[in-house]
Design a protein around this ligand. Structure first.
Ligand SMILES: [Zn+2]
Length: 153
């Protein structure tokens, strides 16, 4: 077992998000709404050495399995992350995150005049037009959006 795996304790049931880019871990927690208020055990390791020059963050959340929405958020914030689903201490599923072609609901359009920011309660829909550059476009007002500057709904 590698040293980095020993830093955080094993979990019985839940999700391990590994290979989060160093420094993005707290942002991932925020985006996924993981705050520990439900009492489940959360362990997070920041800046774990990974390879010769890189650092990564690792997040372990007990009793929670990521949904599609969560995986989409993760793909936007930490595209190199891997999601490991643990059941009865065993790794039952390992998946890489990938950016979908469209992202619904997650982000708020940065255009204050956009209909999705009005009182009409219209959910945002954004097309991913550049997966490498992570550029989105609002389907309602056509504004180009940099995911690093977007706020969550
Ligand atoms: Zn818009």
């Amino acid at each position: 077992m590698q040293e980095s795996e020993l830093i955080v304790r094993r979990i019985k049931e839940g999700t391990v998000i590994d290979h989060v880019d160093g420094g993005k871990g707290l942002k991932v927690l925020d985006a996924l709404g993981i705050d520990g208020k439900d009492g489940s055990l959360i362990t997070i390791a920041l800046n774990v050495p990974s390879g010769k020059y890189k650092k990564k963050d690792i997040i372990k959340v007990e009793n929670r399995f990521l949904k599609d929405d969560d995986t989409n958020k993760l793909a936007v914030i930490a595209p190199s992350a891997t999601v490991n689903i643990i059941k009865d201490y065993k790794l039952v599923e390992k998946r890489r995150v990938s950016l979908p072609n469209e992202i619904e609901r997650i982000f708020r359009c940065s255009n204050p005049d956009c209909v999705t920011n009005s009182s009409e309660h219209i959910e945002s829909v954004m097309d991913v037009i550049d997966k490498d550059g992570r550029v989105l476009r609002c389907r309602y007002c056509n504004r180009l959006l940099d995911v690093n500057q977007l706020k969550y709904r």
